[in-house]
Design a protein. Structure first.
Lengths: 313, 334
């Protein structure tokens, strides 16, 4: 296995994803965590040279990068579905060339002048520069196998998909668009939860998105949420859990309090598979698990079942 | 997310150290009053002088509390609890238990209640006063069945045309294995969604700790008020310090950064008003705090009940769609 000498240390911003949301808890420590972060950092920065091996977050297997990409970032050994950057998700889900992005110019404001180890405003600027995006939510309209839909995708590579004022607003605007266009709303989540740097403004996005969904529901709208790895905190405890159909990708970590928060509180080891998609399915918390390879076809089928939406009865 | 553990009942938390001069004067005053009772000595001048000094000390100490000190006041063990308000500020109450699916979560209380001729449903996070109560109420940290119970009773209130009063005092929803298995996130999310469609007035008052999603799960309302020294936050200052600073010592800094105090949140237009507390906080004069609560609830419910229901619901949704927003910042699709 190749341990890369040319990446000497884990940079701080590789940790930002982990810790911007309130749900995942403190960043993990120790050699395993460091190795995992290195791997994630390389992936995030698209600095994975050809022929490099990546470590599977779930089973620990080293996987040849090209094989992983060919399989849509799904582990060939354990079927773990790696977190997809938001743009890749849009490309994967929608018909080629059908995506029209909306509200891409809405960027985060540092309303509280929040400073931890660095000012929040700087963190946002750095993230904008690295990702070429202004926020963690990508939304717009597009087609899935010819069927028009409104799509909202939370991008974990932008501050861990954490929900601040703009993310909440864009989810709400997506719900409004779905209502106006009388099209199904499809949401993909991957998020550490509410963005702490925006304090109560971020908590209130749980309410705002729910208000928008309530109005969509009243007009007879149809919504589907696909929970992907990881989805925790205030995102799970709001719009992500109250769409008409809740799907999840295999192995996705889904919960209110992240496993590190629970382990710290209870001071005990958590059972294997706890808070994974399969566990949630068994506990009756989600409608179905869908493999990435079948996602487009499944969504198309479900959209067809939603043809009666928006009809007053 | 917060840990349910609390400092031991008899120790003064470091965040309350600012009260030391007040406590000293209070005990001096108590001694003096005791002496005057015992001896018939005329020391009324000394007593009244000390009273004045005490009042001044309280006023100056409470004039510029740090956010972290406010959090400590909000958590004070002598601060009136939700049970105190229900038992002592209202004229009548009848508790309704159970989610009728899984179980009874004592961390959330739901009671039919009355102030004068005003009948309503009161919900609240119950923390308990004794150690035994605190344990049985899980330190105010609810499980999914607590949120589901609250929703069930809210639907009853809607049917009966009773307004709803929700008294928030929780460190957060319980982060545990059973809670996750039974859908903690979904329970909270469903309550938030449903509260936007409950066709009866909802008044929310944060009376102590407003702990994140756990608070919001019974916290959507037409009017959201906070007691002067309560706090409301996306995460506990301890949790925030551990995650963002990786240092528990920075908890007071996290409390400041989060803008979690009632005046800060009023300024951000995230709450509708602040209910004043007696000088030196509700824990110093619970009777006055209870009386103020009673007046505030009666006043607010009367005002809310004048609004036609359709308008009330439209206003409720608009309020949260525009919460804290800079006017004109976001597009409006209507
Ligand atoms: Zn694997």
């Amino acid at each position: 296995m190749t341990e890369n000498e040319d990446i000497p240390k884990v940079e701080d911003d590789a940790l930002d994803d982990e810790i911007a949301g309130e749900g995942l808890g403190p960043a993990p420590e120790g050699p395993t965590a460091t190795e995992e972060r290195r791997s994630r950092q390389r992936w995030k920065k698209r600095e994975v040279p050809e022929g490099l091996w990546l470590k599977c977050e779930s089973c620990g297997q080293m996987i040849y990068r090209k094989e992983l990409e060919e399989k849509g970032m799904v582990c060939p050994a354990c079927d773990f579905h790696f977190t997809l950057p938001g743009r890749d998700r849009v490309t994967m889900v929608l018909d080629e060339g059908s995506f029209v992005e909306h509200f891409a110019d809405l960027g985060a404001l540092d309303r509280l002048h929040f400073t931890d180890q660095i000012p929040y405003s700087e963190k946002v600027k750095k993230t904008e520069k690295r990702t070429g995006q202004k926020e963690a939510l990508i939304c717009g309209t597009g087609k899935i196998e010819g069927r028009p839909i409104v799509l909202a995708v939370l991008d974990f590579t932008f501050m861990g998909g954490s929900m601040g004022e703009v993310v909440g607003e864009k989810v709400s605007l997506a719900a409004d668009m779905a209502r106006q266009r009388r099209e199904p709303l499809i949401i993909f989540t991957s998020s550490g939860g509410a963005r702490m740097h925006e304090g109560m403004l971020s908590l209130m996005q749980m309410a705002k998105t729910s208000a928008a969904l309530a109005t969509l529901n009243e007009s007879g709208g149809f919504s589907i949420c696909v929970l992907t790895n990881p989805t925790t905190g205030g995102v799970t405890a709001s719009f992500a859990s109250v769409c008409d159909i809740t799907l999840a990708e295999p192995g996705a970590l889904i919960g209110f309090a992240g496993p590190r928060v629970i382990a710290t509180t209870l001071k005990q080891e958590l059972p294997p598979g706890f808070q994974r998609a399969e566990f949630l399915l068994e506990k009756g918390q989600i409608d179905s698990i869908v493999r990435r390879a079948n996602l487009r076809a499944t969504l198309a089928r479900l959209v067809d079942f939603g043809q009666g939406a928006f009809v007053k009865r | 997310m917060s840990e349910p553990s609390r400092p031991r009942a008899d120790s003064t938390p470091p965040g309350m150290a600012f009260e030391r001069p007040i406590r000293e004067l209070e005990s001096q005053l108590a001694e003096l009053e005791e002496l005057s009772k015992r001896t018939n000595l005329d020391i009324s001048e000394e007593v009244s002088g000390l009273r004045t000094r005490l009042a001044e000390e309280i006023a100056s100490a409470y004039a510029d509390l740090t956010p972290w000190e406010r959090v400590n006041v909000a958590r004070h063990q002598d601060r009136p609890t939700v049970s105190d308000y229900i038992e002592r500020a209202f004229d009548e109450s009848f508790e309704l238990h159970g989610d009728k699916v899984f179980g009874e979560d004592r961390a959330i209380v739901c009671s039919l209640a009355r102030i004068g001729e005003q009948r309503f449903l009161v919900l609240g996070n119950r923390k308990g006063r004794t150690t035994k109560e605190r344990m049985s109420y899980n330190f105010g940290c609810a499980h999914p069945e607590g949120y589901r119970k609250a929703l069930r009773k809210m639907k009853l209130a809607e049917k009966l045309g009773l307004p709803i009063v929700s008294l928030i005092n929780t460190p957060g929803a319980y982060p545990g294995i059973g809670a996750e298995e039974r859908g903690q996130a979904t329970a909270i999310a469903e309550n938030i969604l449903a509260m936007f469609s409950i066709r009866t007035p909802i008044l929310v008052i944060v009376v102590g700790e407003g702990g994140s999603g756990g608070a919001l799960g019974i916290g959507i309302g037409d009017r959201v008020l906070m007691l002067e020294y309560s706090y409301y936050s996306v995460i506990s200052p301890e949790g925030c310090a551990a995650i963002l600073w990786k240092d528990a010592e920075r908890t007071p800094d996290a409390a400041t950064a989060l803008k979690l105090t009632a005046p800060d949140l009023r300024e951000l237009k995230l709450i509708d008003g602040v209910i004043p507390e007696p000088p030196g906080g509700a824990h110093r004069n619970p009777a006055a705090a209870l009386a103020e609560m009673r007046r505030a609830i009666a006043r607010e419910l009367e005002a809310l009940q004048k609004i036609p229901t359709d308008e009330l619901l439209a206003l409720r949704r608009r309020k949260y769609r525009r919460a804290g927003e800079i006017p004109g910042r976001f597009p409006v699709l209507d």
